[in-house]
Design a protein around this ligand. Sequence first.
Ligand code: ADP
Length: 502
Amino acid sequence: MIDNLSGSINKRVSESEERFRALVTATSDVVYRMSPDWSVMWQLDGGGFLSDTGEPITDWLQKYIHPIDQEMVKAAIADAIAGKHMFELEHRVLQADGSIGWTSSKAVPILDDHGNIIEWFGAASDVTGRKRTEEALQKARDEAEQRKRLYEIVTANTPDLVYVFDPAYIFTYANPALLTMWGKSWDEAVGKRLSENGYEPWHAEMHEREIDQVISTKKPIRGEVAFPHATLGRRVYDYIFSPVINADGNVEAIAGTTRDITELKENEQRKNDFISMVSHELKTPLTSVISYVQVARKRAAQENDAVAVGMLERAGKQLAKMTRMINGFLNVSRLESGRVMIDHQVFDLSELIKEVEEEATATISSHTVVLAPLPQVLVNADREKVGQVFNNLLSNAVKYSPSGSNIYIACTTRDGYAEVSVRDEGTGISQEDLPRLFERYYRVKEAEANHIAGFGIGLYLCAEIVKLHGGEIWAESRPGEGSTFFFTLPVDGGVEAVYKHK
Ligand code: ADP
C-alpha cells in the first residue's frame, strides 16, 4: 500500500519532470519547481534571465529574490501554502548578470489524491522593461503632482487673479482669489465660459477676441479694463493673457493673470488732478507778472534805461520758459483725461518746419541749424500740435548737445508717410534708454546728473500727439556721436495707399 502510494507519487513526480522539460523547451519564461513547503528549490530554468539551478538548493531566496522583497515573497508563499491555491506575485529578482530585475511569478500546487501538496510548479516572466516604464511614469506623475502643489500654493496665496482658458474660451483653472471674486465654487465656475461666469456680453466678447489673437499670434497681450464689482464698486484691472504652447508649437491653453490696479489708478488720478490744479493756479499770477514785466520794459526803453531793459528782457525770457513748463504739465493732464482734440487741417509740413526753425534760430546763437532741402509735403494734421512736436525735438537737440555743434533737419516722404528727422551731435543716448525716452516723466540719469533742467514730459507729449495722428516717433543714437529723433505723419490722402501697399 505504502509502496503503491510512493510509487504513484514517484510516477507523478517524474511525469511532472517531463512536463517541466516540455515547458522549458516551449517557453522563454523562467520555470521552476519547489518542494511542498518551498524550503527547497528543486529546479529552476532561468531562460537566460536568471541563473539556472540544476540541483536542489535551499538558499534560493537569497540567490534569486531581492532583499527588499524577500519578506513579501515569504508571506505570499505562506498564504498560498495555507490555502493550497496559486502563488502569484510581482517582485524584484537578482538577475543572472547581478543586476536587479522584475518578474511576474505564478506557481500552482500539484496535489496528490488526498489533496496534499507534493510540489509547486512555477513560471515567471521578465517584466523588467514594463516595470521600469511604470516607475518612470510614476516618477513623472509624482513630479507633476509636486509641481502642481507648488503652483497651487503660489496661486492660492496671491491676491492677483490667476486663470487658464482652453482654446474654446472655457475656464480650465481659476485660483481661489478669482473664485472668491466671483463668489463661486470651483465646480460652479471651472468648465464654464466667461458669460456663464457672470461676465457681461461686451466683456466676454472682448476677452474671447483677445484669446483668438493670442492663439493666432502666439504672443501675450496686455490690457486694462474697468467694470463694476458686485460689492467693491467700480474697479480697474490690468491683465495679461499668455499662450501655453505645446510640443507641436500650437497654443493649447491661454494662461491669464489679472491685477486690481484701482488704487494705483486713483493715486495717479489724484496726482494728475493736483498737477493740473497747481498749473492752473500758477498761470494766473504768471500772466499778470508777464504783463507787468512787458509794461516795465517799455517804460525802461522810453526812459533809455538800457540796464533795466536788459534785465527785464531776461526776466521775460525766464517767464516764457516758465510758461512753457506749466503748459507742458497742463497738456499732460489734458492728455491723461482724454481732453486733447486734434484740429485737422491740410497744410504743407515743410512750410511749418521752416517757420518753427526760423523762430527758434532767432533765439539760438549756440548752434548751427542745417536745413536739408525740404520738398512740399501736404499733411492733414493739427498744425499747432505738430509745430509743438518739432519745436520740442529741436529744443532738446539744442539742450542735449554742446554749443558750437550742428543740428541737421530733414523731411522726406516714404510709403505714404512724411518723415521728419532732427539730428544732433550731442552725447547720445544708451540703448537701454532709447525705448523709454517717450514714457511720461522719464529722464536719462546723465541728464539729471548734468543738471540739465527738465521734467521728462516733452517727449511724452510729442509721442502722444504723433500717435493721435496715426504716426510713429522714435530715436536712434550712437553714444558719443549724437542722436536722431524721427517722427512720421500720414501724408494727406496717402494712408490708404500705404494700407493697400501693406
Ligand atoms: P526733458 O528734456 O524735460 O527732461 P524730454 O521728455 O524732452 O524731457 O526728454 C526726456 C529725456 O530724453 C531727457 O531727460 C534726456 O535725457 C533725453 N533726451 C531727449 N532728447 C535728447 C537728445 N537730443 N539727446 C540726448 N538725450 C536726449
